[in-house]
Design a protein around this ligand. Structure first.
Ligand code: HEM
Length: 493
């Protein structure tokens, strides 16, 4: 390991803006189109680049000193950053929001909001993961199948043939309902006052640019509204935990399991603040990701009629119009390949972000402690050596390729591998199997589709689609897609 006795500077190549505004402009370009902008940087500078040569930007890190922000891609970097758990630290999703001088009672609840597993490293991370893992064991996940089917059924019943709507929004509400039911034992349905809806509103406020530029607790500003909502959420969550404790805790939702979890050695459980943090992170990490994976898959199927037709053949042959059992999911190989290929082409989580906990060397460069490192899962999935014609959506390729976990990592790698990966795959498969047997979703032509996102890859314009009964007219609505998605995937027309 390299020592920083003389505090050498970060020399990873990248654009070298002369003014603070120039550095900020690069931050904004990353925020607006993280995948496209870094694609250009990688092309110019190679697989390890700085956002701003010689200076950090606190894009992700809540720590006061950030000597640099760098982006990397490729299996070696995925492995090095993803598996060196003691060196590449993670920070809470809400970290930047409580990196504030004016700490107060109002900001106190932020210290455990969306913190959970993202807010612990090293031994504490290992301990917490061990406590949480049982809630995500295969047998436990399989128990959620009936809830997933029931909620999907009620969502599909509410769709109307002939209607045009934003399928991204439908998928978001569906996965949110599944998350609240399996996580808290509560199906939010359309109830606007529920914990799920409150969490959803908070995550929406967090996405507004004014939160980054004006994080002041003044009436009228989104940060003020955000703190009000966080206070409400904190109260409601504490009430729910108290209720679950008093009810003797026989329920089988994730939160109930976490309340019961005890460390094997000393029989110590999670504190109330820790429970709040874990519930927040599992909710945030668990529904935006699945809903975007579903939306992108439906979009790709709408533009690839032969794949859609073959998939429906498989589903109808095995399921005969019914919802799949967990055992039947193993009999649907094309469904598996379609989802794998969709998460390769349009990775729902395009980046894994870390901060170095000590000085370290990466790719031949010295990275001082506190350097932000963003590993591009998306770009790794686009490497032509690994995936010939990477821009093609071709589920068939999975019949003949078997990439290593570092070459294909939609769920990350190493000790921080997504804890909900098994859950997500069951959920996405059930939803697609039920939806596609009942409806055909037709893309509304001439709408721009611009994938954006630094945490989750989402469509800026949502996903407008026309709903038809499943009539196998897969050729309709193919082509005429506009927008940046065309730079990411080869589409007809
Ligand atoms: C298609 C769906 C999903 C994708 C693509 C996905 C992807 C990921 C990725 C890439 C990470 C690692 C992030 C990093 O290393 O920086 C992660 C972590 C995590 N995911 Fe998922 N996820 C999905 C669904 C879910 C679901 C359904 C849940 C829970 C119900 C969940 C809970 C978590 C948690 C708690 C972590 C943190 C693990 C840790 O730090 O130890 N995810 N996920």
């Amino acid at each position: 390991m390299i020592q920083s006795a003389n505090h050498p500077r970060l020399t990873v190549p990248g654009p070298a803006p002369k003014t603070a505004w120039g550095r900020m402009a690069n931050v904004l370009r990353f925020g607006q189109d993280s995948v496209g902008f870094t694609g250009q940087l990688f092309q110019t500078y190679g697989p390890i680049v700085s956002l701003n040569q010689g200076g950090g930007t606190n894009l992700y890190s809540p720590l006061p000193d950030c000597p640099g922000t760098i982006f990397v891609y490729g299996p070696e970097f995925v492995q090095q950053v993803g598996t060196q758990h003691e060196i590449y630290y993670k920070h809470p999703l809400s970290g930047r929001l409580y990196r504030r001088k004016d700490d107060s009672d109002r900001t106190e609840p932020l210290k455990h909001f969306v913190v959970g597993l993202f807010g612990v490293n090293s031994d504490r991370h290992r301990q917490h993961r061990q406590l949480i893992m049982p809630a995500f064991h295969k047998q436990q996940i399989e128990l959620y199948r009936d809830d997933i089917v029931a909620i999907t059924q009620s969502t599909l019943d509410a769709l109307q043939v002939g209607q045009q709507g934003d399928i991204a929004q439908v998928m978001r509400l569906l996965t949110m309902r599944i998350a609240t039911k399996t996580l808290f034992g509560e199906d939010i349905g359309q109830d606007g006052n529920s914990i799920g809806q409150l969490l959803q509103n908070i995550l929406a406020v967090m996405r507004t640019p004014a939160m980054i530029f004006f994080p002041y607790d003044l009436p009228g500003l989104p940060y003020h509204q955000f703190l009000n909502q966080i206070a409400q959420l904190d109260d409601k969550m504490r009430e729910m935990i108290a209720h679950k404790r008093s009810a003797g805790n026989q329920e089988r939702d994730v939160l109930s399991m976490l309340i019961q979890a005890r460390d094997e050695e000393n029989q110590v459980g999670l504190s109330e603040d820790e429970l709040l943090g874990h519930a927040g992170v599992i909710f945030a990490a668990g529904h935006e990701t699945s809903s975007n994976a579903l939306t992108w898959t439906l979009f790709l199927l709408s533009q690839h009629p032969q794949v859609a037709s073959d998939l429906l053949d498989e589903l109808q042959h095995v399921l005969q119009g019914e919802a799949p059992t967990v055992a039947q999911l193993a009999q649907l190989p094309l469904l598996d390949r379609v989802i794998k290929e969709s998460m390769r082409v349009l990775s729902p989580v395009p980046w894994n972000a870390r901060v170095t906990s000590q000085d370290i060397e990466l790719g031949g460069y010295f990275l001082p402690q506190g350097t932000e490192v963003f590993v591009s899962i998306y770009q790794t999935h686009q490497m032509p050596d690994l995936y010939p014609q990477p821009e093609r959506f071709n589920p068939q390729r999975w019949e003949s390729i078997a990439p290593s976990i570092y070459e294909y990592s939609p769920f990350s790698v190493g000790p921080r591998l997504c804890i909900g990966a098994g859950f997500a795959m069951i959920e996405i498969k059930i939803v697609l199997a039920m939806l596609l047997q009942r409806y055909r979703l037709q893309f509304v032509p001439q709408v721009n589709i611009d994938p954006i996102g630094t945490i989750v890859l989402t469509s800026k314009q949502g996903m407008p689609m026309q709903i038809h009964a499943q009539d196998r007219q897969f050729g309709q609505g193919v082509g005429d897609v506009q927008g940046r998605v065309r730079e990411m995937v080869q589409l007809p027309g």
